[in-house]
Design a protein around this ligand. Structure first.
Ligand code: CMX
Ligand code: CO
Length: 148
C-alpha cells in the first residue's frame, strides 16, 4: 500500500488569544507568522507560523504551527477550549490528493468528518477525520495549494 501521508504539515494549537500566543511563539522560537486568516466555515481566526526557515532543507515544503482562536463558544475550537483548555487540537498531514485520500481512508471504516474537501489555510484543500477512531487525535488531511 502506498503511503497516503506525505509529510507533517502542521500542528494545530487551540488558544484563547491569537496575537498573544503568536507573540509568545515568535519570541520563544523565532517563528514568523506567514499567514493570518479568518475561516468562518471552521469558526476560527488562525495564524500559520512557518517552522522551517529554509524550506529547501525540508524537502521544499515547510511545516507550520497553526494557532487557532475560536470565533465563538459554539465552534469546534470554542468547545475544545471550554472542555480541555488550551493545547494541541489536531495534527495536519500532507496528502497529494485529498479526494483520493478520503476515498481510501473512508474505505477502512474510519469516520470522515468531511465527505468533501473544504477550504483551509493558505488556499489548501482540507478534510478532517474523527478523533475517536484515531487514538484520540483529530486528524486533518491537507492538500497544499499549487498556487505560488
Ligand atoms: N481532539 C480530540 N478529541 C476531541 C477534539 C479534538 N480536537 N474535539 C472534541 N473531542 C472529543 C471531546 O473530548 C469529546 O470526547 P468525550 O466524549 O470522550 O469526552 C468528544 O470529542 C465530543 O466533544 P464535543 O465538544 O461535543 O465535540 P463535537 O462532537 O461537537 O465535535 C469534532 C468534535 C472533532 C467532531 C469537531 O470538533 C469537528 O468536526 N472538528 C473538525 C473541524 C475543526 O476542528 N475545525 C477547526 C480547525 C480548522 C483548521 O485547522 O483549519
Ligand atoms: Co489545521
Amino acid at each position: 500500500m502506498l503511503p497516503l501521508l506525505t509529510r507533517i504539515d502542521h500542528v494545530g494549537i487551540a488558544c484563547r488569544d491569537l496575537e498573544k500566543t503568536a507573540g509568545l511563539y515568535q519570541a520563544t522560537f523565532g517563528l514568523e507568522v506567514v499567514s493570518l486568516e479568518v475561516n468562518e466555515e471552521q469558526g476560527v481566526r488562525e495564524a500559520m507560523l512557518q517552522v522551517s526557515a529554509d524550506p529547501a532543507a525540508a524537502g521544499g515544503t515547510p511545516g507550520y504551527v497553526q494557532l487557532l482562536e475560536p470565533l465563538g463558544p459554539n465552534t469546534p475550537v470554542g468547545k475544545f477550549l471550554a472542555r480541555r483548555g488550551e493545547g494541541i487540537h489536531h495534527v495536519g498531514y500532507g496528502v497529494s490528493d485529498v479526494r483520493q485520500a478520503l476515498a481510501a481512508i473512508g474505505g477502512t471504516g474510519i469516520r470522515l468528518l468531511d465527505e468533501r474537501p473544504r477550504h483551509g489555510s493558505m488556499g489548501a484543500s482540507i478534510a478532517f477525520l474523527h478523533p475517536a477512531d484515531l487514538a484520540g487525535v483529530l486528524t486533518e488531511l491537507v492538500q497544499p495549494s499549487t498556487r505560488g
